[in-house]
Write a protein that binds this ligand. Structure first.
Ligand SMILES: [Zn+2]
Ligand SMILES: [Zn+2]
Length: 97
């Protein structure tokens, strides 16, 4: 997976963050561990819905930008979430690792 390490001066940083966030391939790591790393997921069309954070190795759902919903497709996950708010964090904690 291609990853990019980008370092900027503080005043440049916020500008580039906005540019990155406008990129459809860019994702923040929303790991419950509080990772917060960002990366461009350039191969997302070839993925089966998830990618791995380059910083903490957490599996992330590319579509929903949440920790990977192990055992559920994005559609099933969406349906479960619609029925039960908070479903995401529960199922992911219980099923990861
Ligand atoms: Zn991470
Ligand atoms: Zn998903």
């Amino acid at each position: 997976m291609a990853t990019y390490n980008i370092k900027f001066e503080p005043e440049e940083y916020y500008h580039y963050i906005r540019v990155l966030e406008a990129d459809e391939e860019f994702r923040w790591c929303k790991s419950i561990k509080g990772c917060g790393a960002g990366q461009l997921v350039s191969n997302h069309k070839k993925l089966h819905g998830y990618y791995t954070c380059h910083a903490c190795s957490q599996m992330m759902c590319f579509h929903y930008s949440v920790e990977w919903h192990t055992g559920y497709t994005c559609k099933e996950f969406e349906a479960e979430q619609a029925k039960n708010e908070g479903f995401a964090s529960y199922i992911i904690i219980l099923t990861s690792k």
